[in-house]
Design a protein around this ligand. Structure first.
Ligand SMILES: Cc1ncc(COP(=O)(O)O)c(C=O)c1O
Length: 474
């Protein structure tokens, strides 16, 4: 039996599971650690009860950020492979309660209702292939050269036009920087902010642990901004904060919209303190009850970075997104691009530009929006047969938060889900809270995640699971 650390690091050589390239995304590293530990537990090399190294010492051992290990452990706790208790660290769980195919091989849960993904079976493969073919056939030799670090002009033009049409962004092509998704954009911005003297970024609480990890990796600290029914609280921005990261159109994970008063207050803060607001518009195209809220950026383009991604509208595997950057951040952001050597491949940029220009992108978003609207309605209707407690937030996006009575209940439901072949994500289990000891608990239900054929059975399984759950508003 290997030691827990060697299972992840690959023993003396460390090579087996350690992600070698330092600049690989922290998320990819976390996935690698997760896979190594899952395999070690399911094969019996790490038996139930084995104590895992502390996150700090494992991170030091692997030479990676501690947050990456925290993220991997949190995911495995959420899936039921590990248990974590205050005071006694993280241990291997008794996996005999998980669904098994044989004594040694764990079955992957059948349905996945965790958030963060669109229905990948909706990806418009034929349109994408046609765009790639068309644009490659017409591309000049120069289009396959290194290219402009800010992104190809043809894509920056298309993005500026699309964002002003679809999201009301005040974008000129010179302000657009093409990224490999929001996470990459956030990493670039964090480096740029640090270069400009910023030391602290306020981030929504609850919010994605992964984003805090990225910000911290650039040498910045994060402070929590509490989120209520009207969105993040501008009064919570501490003295000395230089930037704020917000999801104004649809808070992740609560699903609430930043109120007009709070939008104005954040902009006042930015004007008064020369601060920067990062507007993470990750699912802004998906609103089901009314017109989407327009971008905050339009009201103060010199203080707000608008950040978009194709991860929800098309597929996260494309790794394409964009920033619309205020003048004063443009050189520092491009310096960060240069320092990290990260740009998006030009054939993919040409294809996305083509999809945007032809209106295919909009048409696909409209189709996907209809599918997700239906699912959200079906989810709300089914839950209404079980409880009077509504889903938190507005009908929008690809996920919804169902509040539960306690952290214990959250854990119980997630464990029971795994035993029933249903993967679920909890707000506590997945590390969304920054403040210690928050009592609020809940499931973040990614209703877009299952492919169409699996949606109804997944919903049935969820309803069955929640039949006797303690559902309670916060
Ligand atoms: C809050 C939030 N922001 C941004 C993203 C998109 O990140 P990326 O573009 O790096 O895939 C996601 C995806 O799950 C998200 O949940």
């Amino acid at each position: 039996m290997g030691s827990p650390a060697s299972e992840v690091s690959g023993g003396q050589g460390r090579a087996r599971c350690r992600p070698a390239p330092r600049r690989r995304r922290a998320g990819a590293r976390a996935r690698t650690i997760e896979a190594a530990l899952r395999e070690a537990v399911s094969s019996g090399r790490l038996p139930a009860g084995t104590r895992l190294p502390g996150t700090r010492s494992l991170a030091d051992d692997l030479g990676i950020a501690r947050g990456t290990v925290v993220e991997a452990y949190a995911q495995l706790v959420a899936e039921g492979w590990l248990v974590s208790a205050t005071g006694s660290g993280t241990r291997v769980a008794d996996t005999s309660r998980l669904p098994v195919r044989s004594a040694r091989t764990l079955v992957r849960p059948v349905f996945d209702l965790r958030p963060g993904r669109p229905d990948l079976s909706l990806f418009p493969r034929a349109l994408w292939a046609a765009s790639v073919k068309r644009t490659l056939a017409a591309a000049s030799r120069e289009a396959l050269d290194y290219g402009d670090p800010a992104g190809l002009k043809v894509l920056r033009d298309a993005v500026a036009t699309y964002l002003s049409r679809a999201r009301g962004v005040r974008a000129e092509p010179g302000a657009v920087v093409v990224t490999s998704g929001f996470t990459h954009g956030l990493a670039l911005l964090s480096r740029a902010l640090r270069a400009l003297g910023v030391r602290t970024v306020a981030t929504e609480d609850p919010g994605l642990v992964h984003h805090r990890t990225v910000i911290r990796a650039a040498g910045l600290s994060t402070v929590p901004l509490s989120v209520g029914p009207h969105g993040a609280d501008p009064a919570g921005v501490p003295d000395g904060a230089g930037a704020v990261l917000l999801t104004p159109a649809h808070q992740h994970p609560r699903g609430v919209v930043l109120s007009p008063a709070r939008r104005a207050a954040f902009l006042d803060w930015a004007r008064e303190h020369h601060g920067i607001v990062i507007e993470d518009d990750y699912d802004g195209e998906f609103r089901y009850d009314e017109q989407p809220v327009g971008a905050l950026q339009a009201a103060a383009p010199e203080h707000v970075v608008f950040a978009g991604s194709t991860s929800k509208a098309l597929a996260p595997g494309l790794r394409i997104g964009w920033l619309v950057v205020p003048e004063r951040l443009r050189v520092p952001v491009l310096d960060a691009v240069a320092a990290t050597g990260t740009t998006v491949g030009t054939p993919a940029q040409l294809a996305i530009a083509d999809l945007l220009d032809r209106g295919d992108y909009d048409r696909h978003v409209r189709r996907a929006r209809q599918a997700y609207r239906r699912r959200r309605t079906e989810l709300a209707d089914r839950l209404a047969t079980l409880t009077d407690v509504p889903l938190d937030g507005v009908p929008a996006g690809l996920h919804a938060l169902l509040p539960l009575a306690s952290r214990q209940e959250e854990k119980r439901v997630i464990d029971a889900g795994l035993a029933a072949g249903l993967q679920l994500q909890g707000i506590n289990a997945a590390g969304y809270w920054q403040s210690a000891d928050r009592p609020e608990a809940g499931l973040i239900i990614g209703y877009a995640t299952p492919p169409q054929h699996a949606w109804r059975p997944a919903l049935d399984a969820l309803a069955e699971l929640l039949r006797d759950a303690a559902i309670k508003s916060w």
